[in-house]
Design a protein around this ligand. Structure first.
Ligand SMILES: [Zn+2]
Length: 161
């Protein structure tokens, strides 16, 4: 009984640590996601600005604000505008892809948090199947018994209360 109790305390401690680690990862990724969302809004704004622009100054300003590689060329407004739009669209695509990946990573972490307290002894079943053999004269009988998991008390999950 004492052993079982010590084991339960160990399992609880392990779950606590796992949850803490997962929460830290989630916080970190959520923070990154927030940053990425603001960046996407920023790039979308610049793209709007370029699409509605008819002056070289605006192209220069967008290039600076967006930290773009494309250099607008004096006297080639249309071409410069087109090149800047393409670069911004590419940045947007990359950021949106990264956003999707982050969202999916966060989902995975949430699922892991949900599963963190699944009982390691019965894998969430709440019961344990015992198999053994009994010998009677020359006959060997396979025996089977389903018993309640003692670690989780049959709940399938480790409770903390
Ligand atoms: Zn169990």
């Amino acid at each position: 009984m004492n052993d079982e109790y010590g084991k339960l305390a160990d399992v609880r401690e392990r779950i606590r640590l796992k949850l803490k680690e997962l929460e830290e990862q989630e916080a970190y990724l959520t923070n990154m996601l927030e940053g990425l969302k603001s960046y996407i809004v920023h790039v979308q704004g610049l793209l709007e600005k370029v699409k509605n622009s008819s002056s070289f100054q605006v192209l220069e300003e967008v290039r600076r604000l967006g930290d773009l590689k494309t250099r607008p060329k004096q006297g080639f407004f249309k071409m410069s505008k087109y090149a800047i739009e393409k670069e911004l669209e590419e940045k947007l695509r990359e950021a949106e892809k990264e956003q999707e990946e982050l969202v999916s990573k966060i989902e995975t972490i949430k699922q892991k948090k949900e599963d963190a307290n699944v009982c390691p002894d019965c894998m969430g079943q709440g019961k344990i199947i015992e198999k053994w053999y009994e010998r009677e004269d020359r006959i060997i009988r396979p025996m089977i018994r389903v018993k309640r998991c003692s670690l989780c008390g049959g709940k399938g999950r480790i409770s903390f209360s």
